[in-house]
Design a protein around this ligand. Structure first.
Ligand SMILES: Nc1nc2c(ncn2[C@@H]2O[C@H](COP(=O)(O)OP(=O)(O)OP(=O)(O)O)[C@@H](O)[C@H]2O)c(=O)[nH]1
Ligand SMILES: [Zn+2]
Length: 362
């Protein structure tokens, strides 16, 4: 116990039942400039979500984070003095808090939250519109051994159905690569501004999103209005995300034919029968993620539901950039030895990849 300022104070016992050991979920919110991220944040803060959300804005957000805060805050509008309080936490509607940071690193955020530990139970992190989400997701996808108080819940990407398509089609523009990357990494894609597009345009944008990322859940919105249970508490990286979902999703996938620009990311799915030899599979994954075969392909995300030799339960494979893990699920495969892998990246050679994985099956 600490007794720095009062030596004769009587030590008090802390009631352990009141100290929450639950990890705080972090949902990362991304999306290209003007897609509707702030609109979504505002919507979340006004909905009845029964959560105390801490909103963390990356200070380098396009435009200014200040505007976002002034948009979302209720208290400061009355003060007419928002600029000074902006440095620290702001009280928002529904018992939520808001803060702006330069460094979105895990430690920086943990320190920031230390002071307010009992004031929130959920974190929403809005990145700048021009952020590559890959390093941010990697940062928050933490090992249990690190004993962080944070747990990555998922990545939501908001896209502008109208301008997003323009950005995607504009080859001269850097936007395309970034836009695609934000879609590729997403667990949920919110296709916003549906009110501004025709049915035909909408179908086109949906099929592009799906071709880049077959595993993401895709929702259409106007003014970013969406049932919050669809975007919060997704547990996208834990073993309670049902393997069934991935298997079904891939079954439903129809062949999509859209023109692919050369730097565009896309998804490929691999379905194989049999049991993997774990060591061979592990080696292959390392080779692929670290590009030890010197191919031009780049893998940014991989998910799989796999059967391993001598294991009766499905294994879930998750890879983000060059990091990966196998998670044991509670689901017995009952000798239905179906394996399903989704690989998201650029310049992917489907035949080559199928062949490589096939060789790891005993
Ligand atoms: N017509 C239409 N306008 C929308 C919709 N959603 C948001 N907007 C408008 O689009 C503009 C940009 O929305 P924001 O929520 O600020 O977008 P953002 O992604 O936070 O933008 P940055 O922070 O600048 O990257 C605002 O003027 C919104 O009012 C929509 O569904 N339909
Ligand atoms: Zn914004």
């Amino acid at each position: 116990m600490k007794n720095d300022d009062n030596d004769d104070c009587i030590p008090t016992l802390v009631d352990v039942t009141t100290v929450s050991s639950a990890k705080v979920p972090v949902t990362i919110l991304t999306g290209y400039l003007g897609a509707g991220k702030t609109t979504l944040l505002n919507y979340i803060l006004t909905e009845n979500h029964q959560k105390r959300i801490a909103v963390i804005l990356n200070e380098f957000a396009q435009g200014s984070a200040m505007e976002h805060l002034l948009l979302t805050t209720t208290k400061n509008e009355n003060d007419g003095n928002g600029r000074q309080q902006y440095q620290d936490w702001l009280e928002l509607r529904n018992g939520c808090l808001c803060c702006s940071v330069k460094d979105v690193g895990v430690q920086a955020i943990e320190q920031l939250l230390e002071k307010r530990r009992n004031h929130f139970d959920y974190i929403l992190l809005e990145t700048t519109g021009v952020a590559d989400p890959l390093p941010i997701v990697k940062m928050f996808w933490l090992d249990d051994e690190l004993h962080s108080d944070l747990i990555l819940d998922g990545l939501i990407t908001v896209i502008d159905a109208h301008n997003g398509l323009k950005n995607y089609e504009d080859d001269r523009h850097q936007a395309k690569a970034l836009w695609s990357r934000q879609v590729a990494m997403a667990d949920v894609v919110v296709v916003n501004k549906i009110d501004l597009v025709s049915e035909e345009e909408k179908m086109k944008v949906l099929s592009i999103v799906q071709s880049i990322n077959v595993t993401a859940q895709i929702y259409e919105t106007t003014r970013s209005r969406i049932d919050l249970s669809l975007i919060l508490d997704r547990h996208a990286y834990s073993n309670d995300s049902p393997t069934d979902y991935l298997l079904k999703k891939i079954e439903k996938q129809t062949s999509i034919s859209i023109p692919h620009g050369h730097q565009t990311l896309n998804s490929i799915t691999i379905e194989l029968n049999g049991e993997f030899d774990f060591n061979a599979l592990d080696q292959l994954i390392i080779q692929l993620l670290w590009n030890e075969q010197n191919t031009i392909q780049e893998i940014v995300r991989m998910k799989g539901v796999l059967c391993l030799r001598n294991e009766s339960n499905y294994k879930l494979l998750q890879a983000v950039g060059q990091m990966y893990e196998f998670i044991t699920t509670n689901e017995n495969h009952h000798d239905n030895l179906r394996n399903c892998l989704v690989i998201i990246g650029s310049n992917l050679n489907q035949d080559f990849l199928i062949d490589q994985f096939q060789k790891c099956i005993t």
